[in-house]
Design a protein around this ligand. Sequence first.
Ligand SMILES: Cc1ncc(COP(=O)(O)O)c(C=O)c1O
Length: 478
Amino acid sequence: MPYMEEQAAPMDFTKYFSVETVNRQRSALKVLRPYFEIPGMVSFGTGIPHPSTFPVNAMTISIPFAEKSVFIPGYNSLEPESLLPLAPYTAPSKAEPLIPDLADALSYSATYGAKHLLVWLKESIKRIHAPKYDDWEVCLTAGNTDGTDAVLRTLCNRGDTMLVEEFAYPGLLSPAATQGINCVGVPMDTDGVKADALDELMENWDEATQGRTPKLILMVPTCSNPCGMTMSEQRKRDVYRVAQKWDLLIVEDDPYCFLQIRPNGADSPIIPTFISLDTDGRVIRIDSFSKIVAPGSRLGYISAHKVLAEKLMNSRESATQCPSGFSVAAISAVLRAWGGHEGFEQKYIPYISDIYAKRCLNMISLLERYAPASTIEIPKGSGGMFLWVRLKIESHPDVNKRSADEIEQSVFQTMIEDRVLCVPSVYFKAPSKTVLTREEAARNSYLRISFALPPPEEMEEGAKRMGKSLRKEWQVEA
Ligand SMILES: Cc1ncc(COP(=O)(O)O)c(C=O)c1O
């Protein structure tokens, strides 16, 4: 035994690691981090909202033990004087049961979450999505990452198969892979997952060569990450019918639902969601406050059949236990301040979606102005935070010499040299059974452009730089 003072040999911790730790895959996007830090880089890389969109820009908290209240500054609000007038406490009305009460919120809540907020959210789901069956329930989560984790842990075993979009959110692909869940991408078009492709995939599923038959499909149907597209009601109906045929559960990860473009504001209805079409109780809907309040709020909610909701929440008992009470109290207060359901639906949601709609349309017009039409195909855009721009690899000078992936990588590198960062589609590609021909691969290569964060001048500079890189790559004259 070495004496304590002797230099012990470094411990080998690896023998303590669980299978999950050994298999843990970090998000593929983490390798892009060093590029974000290059000075002068215009980043269209991350889907982070601009802090000016956070609806809370200062707080004071009262701390009796310190005999003072402490001011917590926020965006453009560095002085306590910038605090807005205090509203007197009013008892909640029956229709708006929100009770932002710290005595309650700062205690352990029942796992389903603070009752008053749940009642409000359930009413909100009813008003906005109107599920067509009775036995559904709402429960709080710590955001959609937590909600998705609950779904994966509740419904999937190691070796199970989960269907996902052909290009999927890496924050889903990596934890699924860590848990030994085989994700399989379903082919998409500009309207999202193709119902006929889903049907064909299920029809031809062969457990001997492809593993266990899938029992669920997860999609991001509104302003999707990465593809920025929003599935039409008809496409949702078609996919739902195929899900019924093969008895698949549908997981609707929908954090961008309220950021969709609505040309007439509150008068433009939101596109019906999967849960609003669901008659069987096969849809698990996952909502988040991350994109409409702030990512750091770490609050979200799941709506699902009550049998599923109970199991999903039981999985949180040993994970988050319950969401942060500070967040529950603050968000309840924010929802009340917005004017409850009416204020949320008629004023706040149209306001926030308009911010993203303008950014989206501005990005499109900048690309139309600065990027040669022979190099990229610009989508219509549906709001949210992303544009999914197709690279016209079929007209790239090296199309017959290099693979589509190699050309995509080269375009990415040229853009980095020109100090503009977009994310190539390879980072989002889900494992797939589909083998593309060379011609098909040349037409299936994209860049994800996030227009959520850069200020307008930087957006224009970034678009100019993209135009420069694309001209170099495609050898197009200025
Ligand atoms: C499709 C998708 N799902 C889930 C998340 C994570 O959301 P949350 O912050 O609520 O965990 C994101 C965030 O970027 C996302 O794009």
